[in-house]
Design a protein around this ligand. Structure first.
Ligand SMILES: C[S@@+](CC[C@H](N)C(=O)[O-])C[C@H]1O[C@@H](n2cnc3c(N)ncnc32)[C@H](O)[C@@H]1O
Length: 254
């Protein structure tokens, strides 16, 4: 039976690879590497560098696939994403059938942890459920950008007995979640934090965490938001891509 490994490779630093992830790399015959265009070439190169560094068992094959584009015009966000995932599912089906022998093992290298804002698992599950092709799959957890952010700032994500909410820039723009003590935000290309006006709010921000060009900033949101916006622009200009994450919470007793 074909086997698919969904391997979390950590978010940014090749040293974030776990022993389990390294062992999984060495089991794979074929790696499916997404090509998302020039801007994401840095991420593709990082995946290949990880393979080069850690694979000792055998010489695997790399199959690069062009990720279908998500439609830009839509009214229903969830339907738009579902259509996009259905298109990706078709390319997975083709690759598994054409690039993987019946008894071979294929692998996806997922940035950070596969359970966090990543669709690989969902698409693989849907393909299996469709019955179009038989295979088995395993998930290997990775160090997520959230864990990396907390470690770099030397903070706990939660305060004692309090909750943490993980959300996206898009959701944050709709409404600040009032029932969570700490709010972690990913996928915010619009710097939504900058539109929050709350004198008590603090931010712990990190961009391209774990990479040589990593940037960190923290402090009262009102004091550092402009600096963070400028750092983000600079990083994107100098590096070609930027991924940032941040934690927001009110200062204690504030
Ligand atoms: C599609 S999500 C994938 C999350 C990933 N699965 C994880 O475990 O971190 C991409 C978002 O993760 C965050 N992210 C990923 N890597 C990061 C890094 N090295 N530094 C800062 N944020 C990162 C950013 O918010 C980015 O927009």
């Amino acid at each position: 039976m074909r086997k698919i490994l969904i391997i979390g490779i950590g978010a940014g630093d090749p040293d974030y690879m776990t022993v389990q992830a390294i062992n999984a790399l060495n089991r794979a015959d074929v790696f499916f590497i997404p090509d998302k265009g020039d801007e994401k070439a840095g991420l593709r190169n990082q995946r290949l560098a990880i393979c080069e560094r850690y694979i000792k068992a055998k010489a695997p094959r790399f199959v690069t696939f062009r990720t279908p584009e998500r439609a830009k015009d839509f009214t229903d966000y969830k339907a738009n994403v579902a259509d996009w995932h259905a298109a990706i599912e078709q390319s997975y089906k083709r690759m598994f059938a054409e690039e993987l022998g019946e008894d071979q093992c294929g692998a996806f290298l997922v940035w950070g942890d596969p359970a966090l804002y990543d669709s690989t698992l969902r698409i693989v599950e849907n393909l299996l459920a469709s019955g179009a092709i038989a295979f088995d799959y395993e998930i290997i957890p990775g160090i997520s950008s959230i864990q990396a952010l907390a470690a770099k700032h030397k903070i706990s994500l939660n305060r004692i007995g309090e909750s943490v909410l993980v959300t996206t820039g898009r959701k944050l723009a709709e409404k600040f979640p009032s029932d969570a003590d700490s709010v972690v935000v990913l996928l915010d290309g619009d710097q939504t934090f900058a539109s929050i006006n709350d004198e008590d709010m603090e931010i712990y921000w990190g961009a391209n965490i774990g990479a040589p060009e990593e940037l960190l900033a923290s402090g009262k949101l009102a004091d550092v938001k402009d600096e963070i916006k400028a750092l983000r622009v600079r990083l994107k200009r100098e590096n070609g891509w930027v991924m940032d994450a941040y934690l927001l919470r009110k200062a204690k007793d504030g």
